[in-house]
Design a protein around this ligand. Structure first.
Ligand SMILES: Nc1ncnc2c1ncn2[C@@H]1O[C@H](COP(=O)(O)OP(=O)(O)OP(=O)(O)O)[C@@H](O)[C@H]1O
Ligand SMILES: [Mg+2]
Length: 410
């Protein structure tokens, strides 16, 4: 089963373009399921049908699913959550534990995403299109199994083996509800499922992410950050979709300036995401609701291309981590000599200029806090070196993990 994830800033058109992609793929005969994990569902509104928590038929070869995150949370997280709650109650003022629990925001969406494993195993579908929450926060979360483990170790301070000896002795004396075997099993099962899901989603033969943007500077900036994060965590991006581009017909009078602003931002998008392909969707004359409008969006988006195919297959920007905590940012720069490369750094913005090539990058916080100590060409790639900031080199491993916690928006 092929999996395509749509993400982007709030309101840019993720649901619309995900729905249009799914519909177009189904029209070409692919058995397609489109699902959303956002608690405020709008997938059904987009198709103008009522969708359930289980796959609901929409058209020939097309099913939609609005996952009930609360039910999924209960299913995947319930036992653990139950124990945490008991712990909270037993502790009275337990702000500390409460904040620990809050370390895993996005756990609800993650539980919803576990449906992907289910669909992948069922072989009912050829394609699964996922309408993700903004900025791929959940994907970041998924890429932190070590972070999740660290969290769990703080919540479960005693090793399981020690536990089975200690529990019968301790139980009568302490008022802390000790985690039962059931709780440990639930944790283990959850980790295993998350590991499985990550394996599926980082498999570049099966899965890809598509970034949806509008030709607006702030939107592009956030998408660039998300893009770098996706690279950092090993997800493969195959397309940028630029939605709500003013059509030629709308370039007179009041909209002349808007058109110019959009042109500039389209240039920024092209310069920033190269060599990824960028497909445009025009601003329609009305909002996109129902199959007919979605078909128009799908046609504008893919023309005669296969919407389920990988739209890009080459090497693009990569972020890797070395054993000493240094990050390497690699950019493909074919036909460029080292002497031509110029780096301009202003805060979280990094501009790479080489001949006619100009690449704007908005660094994620993780990299923005660091200096570039070296830039070198390796064959046709530019490699930038971001070593850890000085104090962090001598700090304890636990504080490094602190730093690497997934962040909020971008
Ligand atoms: N190209 C377009 N032309 C006209 N209207 C559009 C276009 N794309 C999206 N819309 C409309 O804009 C609104 C928001 O789109 P959509 O729900 O797809 O965004 P979203 O990124 O999924 O938002 P959210 O972050 O809230 O989930 C919808 O009413 C949709 O019909
Ligand atoms: Mg949406």
């Amino acid at each position: 089963m092929r999996i395509i994830l749509y993400t982007g800033k709030g309101g840019v058109g993720k649901t619309t373009t995900a729905a249009a992609t799914a519909l177009r793929a189904a029209r070409r005969g692919l058995r397609t399921i489109v699902l959303s994990t956002d608690a405020a569902h709008s997938l059904g509104d987009s198709f103008d049908v009522t969708l359930g928590a289980e796959p609901t038929p929409i058209a020939t070869d097309l099913w939609g699913q609005e996952i009930d995150v609360l039910v999924e949370m209960e299913r995947h997280w319930g036992t653990i959550h139950g124990w945490l709650m008991a712990l909270l109650h037993s502790q009275g003022s337990s702000d500390l534990v409460a904040s620990e629990v809050a370390i895993l925001p996005g756990m609800d969406e993650l539980a919803g995403l576990l449906n992907i494993i289910h669909h992948a195993e069922s072989s009912n579908y050829d394609l699964c299109v996922v309408d993700c929450a903004p900025t791929a926060d959940t994907l970041k979360l998924l890429s932190f199994p070590e972070m999740a483990r660290w969290y769990m170790q703080r919540v479960f301070p005693i090793e399981r083996r020690a536990m089975s000896i200690v529990r019968p002795v301790l139980r009568p004396f302490v008022d802390i509800p000790l985690p039962t075997d059931q709780v440990f099993d639930a944790v283990q099962k959850l980790f295993e499922q998350l590991r499985q899901m990550r394996e599926i989603l980082v498999d570049p033969e099966r899965s890809s992410v598509r970034l949806v943007v509008n030709p607006e500077k702030m939107v592009v900036k956030e998408a660039l950050r998300t893009y770098t994060y996706l690279n950092l965590y090993g997800y493969f991006t195959d397309l940028v979709i630029c939605n709500r581009v003013l059509p030629k017909e709308a370039t007179t009078g009041y909209f002349v300036t808007w058109k110019e602003v959009q042109e500039r931002n389209l240039e920024l998008i092209r310069g920033s995401f190269a060599p990824l392909p960028i497909y445009n969707v025009p601003l329609m004359e009305q909002d996109v609701v129902g199959l007919e409008m979605l078909e128009r969006v799908g046609e504008a988006l893919f023309d005669d291309k296969d919407p389920a195919a990988f739209q890009f297959r080459g090497v693009h920007q990569a972020v890797t981590e070395e054993s000493d905590g240094t990050y390497l940012l690699t950019l493909p720069l074919p036909f460029i000599h080292k002497e031509e490369v110029n780096l301009i750094r202003a805060g979280d913005e990094l501009v790479v200029q080489a001949g006619h090539f100009r690449r704007n990058m908005f660094l994620p916080r993780l990299l923005a806090a660091r200096e570039v100590t070296e830039a070198k060409m390796e064959e046709d790639r530019l490699v930038l070196r971001f070593p850890p900031p000085e104090p962090a080199r001598v700090s304890a491993p636990s504080s490094r993990k602190d730093r690497r916690r997934p962040e909020g928006k971008g």
